[in-house]
Design a protein around this ligand. Structure first.
Ligand SMILES: [Mn+2]
Length: 479
């Protein structure tokens, strides 16, 4: 196995690298934490990381958008763009147990606060127009399974309500299962919220794994060496020792607060509902820490979710179809809903089998386009070209109605009347969605050059520098 460890062991090593290569925009001091900071970061997301010194006069700076290009993530992994999915998959399949360091040796605990006032301690921005206040958007929530002791890592949106009180959204996955286990015993679930981790640890936190697979071990595999962790000061949770900031707390067994609305990944708001509450016990951080915020629904947010999903989808499809070559969850499809699949087609009809297999892989997938091996699925323009020239709607279209889709897709609500939307349908009836698959592949056999893509010999191999005369201009005379 190729060793893919890179020298970016913590966030600041990565930020140093981005700075040295001209990819960090430094913003003037004192921009507002309410909307202004997020507006600036949103404008630059996908282009540059953004650094905000003294936001609202706060001592702690904010960083955003430091992994907002696919190529940057490949760079942090130390692989070529085309190898991101296979490298992530290898790491997910061969996790490395973490290495515990002594308390005192962990930079994330250099400064300890026990007198908690979240707004005084951390520069927490309010992002979108209708958000119900400041949100922690880049907090990795780490907890231990109360039964097995194995940890879980997930990023959950967290609304900061008061000095030491926050509400979080838990989807019905691993963290929620741990919480229900603790709650059944009448206990709070101890957690740590880690802000400001290196890119690979953030990416690993989004791996799609079975329960009791610690995502920090995948982070170790991505780094090519065990991740150093340290025990929290007030509970048993282990956190990345080199993180910038750690919030230690407990999810209470018997309290709920209103949370939302909040602008989510599909670029729409999710509704206000009662959610579980975190009581904060301690905040620790490095000396001169930097606070990370993710701008909702922009590249950093979408890529963090889509790349681990793509790796899982590719593995899922290849189990049945070894001739599936690549997949992409497009950014226009918010990194969740639109899947492009590249195959080496062996048999007529096969793309439809691939489409059905993809729908079964994840309920978020709504539209699937299957293309041939000469189409780059990472280039939406090429996929559109395949649809324009290799797809006939009467024979190449697959439509399935009434399947489970994403509850955050607002078009799944249109079958409810306005009156019904006041009292939302029960959760098991939300997100009912149609699925559409499009076979945009050519026939396996075709006549002569009917489906041969136009190509000029030399267009992709000749060295332009040998031909373009550097610095030369033409003097265009008027007559
Ligand atoms: Mn998990």
């Amino acid at each position: 196995m190729k060793h893919i460890g890179q020298p970016y062991d913590d966030l600041r090593a990565w930020l140093r690298h981005l700075t040295q290569t001209g990819r960090v925009a430094v913003i003037r001091e004192g921009v507002g934490l309410r909307h202004e900071l997020a507006a600036i970061a949103k404008r630059l997301d996908g282009d540059k990381a953004t650094y905000f010194p003294r936001p609202d006069g706060h001592e702690m700076p904010v960083i955003s958008g430091f992994m907002s290009q696919r190529g940057w993530i490949a760079e942090a992994m130390g692989v070529a763009d085309a190898d991101v999915l296979s490298a992530f998959r290898r790491a997910a399949q061969s996790p490395l147990p973490w290495r515990e360091v002594e308390p005192g040796a962990a930079s994330c605990q250099q400064v300890v606060h026990t007198d908690i006032d979240m707004h005084a301690l951390l520069p927490i921005p309010t992002h979108s127009e209708h958000d119900n206040g400041p949100y922690i958007t880049a907090g990795m929530v780490i907890a231990r399974n109360p039964v097995t002791g194995v940890q879980n890592v997930s990023i959950n949106r967290i609304q900061v309500h008061g000095k030491d009180r926050m509400a979080l959204l838990m989807l019905p996955r691993h963290l929620y299962a741990f919480f229900k286990e603790a709650q059944a015993q009448g206990l709070a679930l101890p957690v740590a919220i880690v802000i400001g981790a290196d890119p690979l640890t953030l990416l690993a936190s989004q791996a799609i794994t079975p329960i009791d697979h610690d995502e920090l071990e995948i982070a170790g595999a991505l780094h090519g060496k065990p991740l150093p962790v340290v025990k929290c000061l007030s509970n048993e949770v282990r956190v990345p020792a080199n993180a910038e900031i750690v919030i230690e707390g407990r999810i209470l067994p018997d309290e709920m607060d209103l949370e939302g609305p909040f602008g989510e990944f599909p670029k729409y708001y999710s509704a206000q509902e009662k959610r579980e509450v975190i009581m904060v016990d301690r905040v620790t951080h490095r000396r001169s820490p930097v606070y990370h915020t993710i701008i909702p629904a922009e590249y950093e947010h979408l890529l963090l979710g889509s790349i681990p999903r793509e790796a899982t989808l590719l593995a899922h499809l290849q189990r049945s179809f070894p001739n599936v070559l690549d997949v992409h969850l497009s950014m226009g499809g918010v990194g969740r809903y639109h899947l492009y699949v590249k195959i080496r087609k062996m048999h007529e009809g096969q793309p439809k089998n691939v489409i059905l297999c993809a729908f079964g892989a994840h309920y978020d997938i709504k539209h699937v386009v299957v293309v041939d091996e000469d189409v780059d699925v990472h280039q939406p323009r090429q996929v559109e070209w395949a649809l324009a020239t290799r797809f006939q709607a009467d024979v190449d279209l697959v439509v399935i109605s009434g399947a489970q889709g994403s509850v955050l897709d607002p078009s799944t609500t249109t079958r409810f009347s306005l009156e019904d939307q006041v009292g939302m349908p029960e959760s098991h009836e939300q997100g009912i969605s149609a699925k559409m698959g499009m076979d945009a592949t050519r026939p396996v056999r075709y006549h002569e050059h009917v489906f041969t893509k136009v190509r000029i010999p030399g267009e992709d191999t000749l060295d332009l520098e040998q031909f373009v005369v550097s610095g030369a201009t033409v003097d265009w005379q008027a007559d």
